[in-house]
Design a protein around this ligand. Structure first.
Ligand code: NI
Length: 283
């Protein structure tokens, strides 16, 4: 016995012409996992800080997708196998509101820890934003700001992971920080991410970027997103001593990053594309 899902949007409920049949599932349980995921996805992407469970449910009730589990052979309908998306949504809104609010508070604490750690490391190197008197932490917080803005457009982005990687992304390349130190303080995923975002100094210069991009591409989209955000932040008016040749090469490198990593995040890819076009006026 096999199943598919018929998905109505609540807005057109009971209007068969507005229903889509999707998926093919060998068992009722498999179909159930997918049906619940559809409801959860809507609730997650419509959650906003401070929203009440009642309000979130009201949005689902008005606009959410309403999947039903349908046996491929209608004669096989079993009365025990009835999924109500509405009842499931009611059972989920309280948990989602609580969990998401908690995650937000976690992000704030993790942000503080990462920015303090990174700032100290870059201060020890006496590092400024190149060509300015600004402390290096301005660059780091700008990259984190790009990530937070992108996160509000990208419900699937793991914001706490991405924002920590953003703040720490130059610690291995530019300071005395070691992989082990990052692993001990922030965990192996973050250490791996920062490592991939660091150029290997022993490689020939013209291979370093492509090598780093290759390593980034073996990791989650959050790491790709930090690389996009980094270059968006760096496409500022170049230092006055740069030759046009150097500016042109910097632009070409930005294009290479965009070509390789654009599919990680639509919002950041669009933004980098725009920055590259604007950079033309500075050459
Ligand atoms: Ni950077």
């Amino acid at each position: 016995m096999s199943f598919h899902l018929r998905v109505y949007d609540s807005f057109h409920y009971s209007d068969e012409s507005e229903a889509d049949d999707i998926g093919h599932f060998e068992t009722y349980e498999e179909a159930l996992v997918e049906a619940k995921a559809i409801v959860d996805k809507f609730l997650a992407s419509n959650w906003k800080s401070g929203i009440t469970p009642e309000k979130l449910f009201a949005q689902y009730d008005d606009f959410g997708d309403d999947p039903s589990i349908i046996p491929d052979d209608p004669k096989e309908q079993n009365s025990n196998q009835h999924f109500s998306a509405r009842k499931y949504a009611i059972s989920r809104v309280g948990t989602i509101c609580k969990e998401f609010e908690k995650t937000k508070i976690e992000i704030q604490a993790l942000y503080q820890k990462a920015i303090n750690f990174a700032t100290e490391k870059h201060v020890l190197m006496d590092q400024n934003v190149p060509g300015t008197i600004l402390p290096y932490v301005v660059h780091l917080s700008n990259v984190a700001m790009e990530i937070l803005t992108a996160a509000s457009e990208t419900p699937s982005l793991n914001t706490s992971f991405a924002v920590q990687v953003a703040l720490l992304h130059d610690t291995i390349e530019d300071t005395s920080t070691t992989f082990e130190e990052l692993q001990n303080n922030f965990g192996i995923e973050i250490a791996n991410a920062v490592s991939a975002l660091s150029k290997k100094p022993d490689l020939p210069k013209d291979q370093q970027m492509q090598d780093s991009l290759n390593r980034i591409k073996t990791l989650p989209f959050e790491v790709w997103a930090v690389k996009l955000a980094d270059r968006i932040t760096n496409l500022q008016p170049p230092p006055s001593h740069w030759t046009n040749e150097k500016k042109y090469a910097y632009k070409q490198e930005a294009q290479q990053i965009l070509n390789e990593l654009h599919k990680a995040n639509y919002y950041l890819a669009k933004r980098l594309e725009q920055k590259i076009n604007e950079y033309d006026n500075l050459i």
